[in-house]
Write a protein that binds this ligand. Sequence first.
Ligand SMILES: *Cc1c(COP(=O)(O)O)cnc(C)c1O
Length: 238
Amino acid sequence: MVEMQRVLQSNLSDVLLRINAACGRVGRERSEVRLIAVTKYADWEWVRILAGLHPVFGENRPQQLAERCQQLPAVEWHLIGHLQRNKVPLALRHAALIHSVDSLRLLQSIAAGAVPGRRPAVLLQVNVSREDSKTGFGADELPRVWDSVLEYAEQVEIRGLMTMAAESSDPEEARPVFAELRHLRNLLSQLPATRQRGIRLSELSMGMSGDFEQAVEEGATLLRIGSLLFHGLKADSG
Ligand SMILES: *Cc1c(COP(=O)(O)O)cnc(C)c1O
C-alpha cells in the first residue's frame, strides 16, 4: 500500500514535470493544460490511492465510470470511450464531460436526454488519422455537417474537439494529427457568429501516454493519460 502510493506519486510527478517542460518549450501557460488520469485498466486499489493525489479521472466505459463515480464522488469523472446511445442516461448522470461524441445521432440522443436547465458538456470526436478502427467525425465532414451540430447547441454545451492519433513507436507521427485538430478548431471558431450560436471550442482533448508532449506543444488542453501513471504496478491477478 505504501509502496503503491510511492509508485503512483512518483509516476504522477514525472508526468506533471514533463507537461510543465512541454508548456515551457512552446511558451504556453501551464494552467491551460489539464491531466485526465485514465483509470480504465487500473485496479480499484490504485484508483483509490490516486484519488488522493489527483482530482480528474477518465474511464472509457459508462458502466465502470458509473460504478467508480459512486465510490469516489469527489473525483471529476470524464467519459472518454465510445458511448452507445442506450448508455446515454448513465453517462449523463455521472460524467462531467463526455469526450467521445462521435456522430450526430449520438449528439441528438444526448440533447434528447439532457435535463432541462442542465446542459451536458461534450467534445466532438474527430477521426483525423482516418483509421477504420476509430469512430468520429471526419475532419472534412465536420465543417459540412456543422449546421446540424448547431441544432443541438442549446441543449448541449459543445466545448471542443477530441482526437486519438494512430499508435506508433514514434510520437512525432502524432504531431500532424494534433496540428490538424487545432486547425479544424480554428476554422470552426472563425465562422460567422450566426454559424457559431455561442459555441466556444476552447478544449482540445488530445495526447496519451505515448504522445502527450507533442500534444501539449500542438495546443492540447486536456491530456488523457493512463498507462504511464500506473507503470511499475502489478495488476492484482486474483
Ligand atoms: C486508454 C485511453 C487513453 C489512455 O491511453 P494510455 O496510452 O494508457 O495513456 C486515452 N484515450 C482513450 C480514448 C483511451 O481509451
